[in-house]
Design a protein around this ligand. Structure first.
Ligand SMILES: NC(=O)c1ccc[n+]([C@@H]2O[C@H](COP(=O)([O-])OP(=O)(O)OC[C@H]3O[C@@H](n4cnc5c(N)ncnc54)[C@H](O)[C@@H]3O)[C@@H](O)[C@H]2O)c1
Length: 250
């Protein structure tokens, strides 16, 4: 195993990671845990429970529900004694033209991506304030910064996450809480399954649109998250960090 730069060491820290059953979230749980953190891994999918272990507790619930945000926070506090890191990762996409989007589509995506982020941030900040601070890392997307066809609802939800990140940073910066977001390019996960026809070939086409010549793997994004969650970037807060293979540099 490669030595961990000391500033990236997460020993003694407690992290909540949402959307931890698969994809970027699962990679993140593994990476934070391997750097010393104790982790509460939550997901809608009960397969998250397979992750359990001495330093990993699991919670099954829908992030759009207040009870999930409160339950996850309570679990972290009761099992591990604090919340030092929140990774708001769980989310869903929705890809179709604006004229085909229904109000139910809007409500469903905003409830998960925007309200879920708000609820979990609120509960984590409440807990962090009592301990002198913490780090919140939100997973946003390039569509929080640029327009992309067929992403009206998803893009609006990512824009909401970007703005929530800045507000938390401004509101609680002087109380030791840093909030940053990673605006990710397209990542090879199962998120497009059942939403986009031929999702695998769509991923290849997306790869060609990134100057770096490929889409990201979950570990590419998890590394950026682990850095933002660590004590190393002491002066970074309110930032939207582009981890996008150069997509928004075009
Ligand atoms: N994959 C990409 O191209 C990409 C790009 C930019 C941003 N993102 C964002 O990254 C995050 C993770 O995406 P991924 O690609 O790993 O997706 P994924 O679909 O592989 O994993 C998402 C996880 O979140 C969980 N989840 C979904 N809705 C939930 C809910 N309501 N409550 C609790 N858990 C829920 C799913 O069960 C799943 O385990 C999402 O927020 C997504 O918007 C992904």
């Amino acid at each position: 195993m490669m030595p961990i730069p000391s500033g990236w060491d997460l020993s003694g820290r407690v992290a909540i990671v949402t959307g931890a059953a698969r994809g970027i979230g699962l990679e993140r749980v593994n990476l934070l845990w391997s750097r010393g953190a104790r982790v509460v891994a939550s997901d809608l999918n009960p397969s998250v429970n397979e992750l359990g272990g001495e330093d990993i507790a699991t919670f099954c619930g829908d992030i759009s529900q207040e009870a999930t945000a409160i339950g996850t926070s309570r679990l972290a506090l009761q099992r591990f004694g604090s919340i030092d890191i929140l990774v708001n990762n769980a989310g869903r996409t929705m890809n179709k033209p604006l004229i085909d989007m229904s109000t139910a589509d809007w409500d469903a995506i905003m409830a998960i991506n925007a309200r879920g982020n708000f609820l979990h941030s609120r509960e984590a900040v409440r807990a962090m304030l009592g301990r002198g601070g913490g780090a919140i890392v939100n997973v946003a997307s390039i569509v929080s910064a640029v327009g992309m066809k067929d992403t009206s609802v998803y893009g609006a939800s990512m824009g909401a996450i970007a703005q929530l990140t800045k507000v938390v940073a401004v509101e609680y910066g002087d109380r030791g809480i840093r909030a940053n977001a990673v605006s990710s390019g397209v990542v090879e996960t199962d998120i497009l399954e059942g939403i986009v026809e031929n999702s695998r070939s769509t991923l290849t086409a997306y790869g060609n649109a990134h100057p770096i010549g490929r889409v990201a793997q979950p570990i590419d994004i998890a590394e950026v998250i682990a850095f933002l969650a660590s004590p190393a970037p002491t002066f970074m807060t309110g930032a939207l960090v582009m981890a996008d293979g150069g997509y928004t540099a075009l």
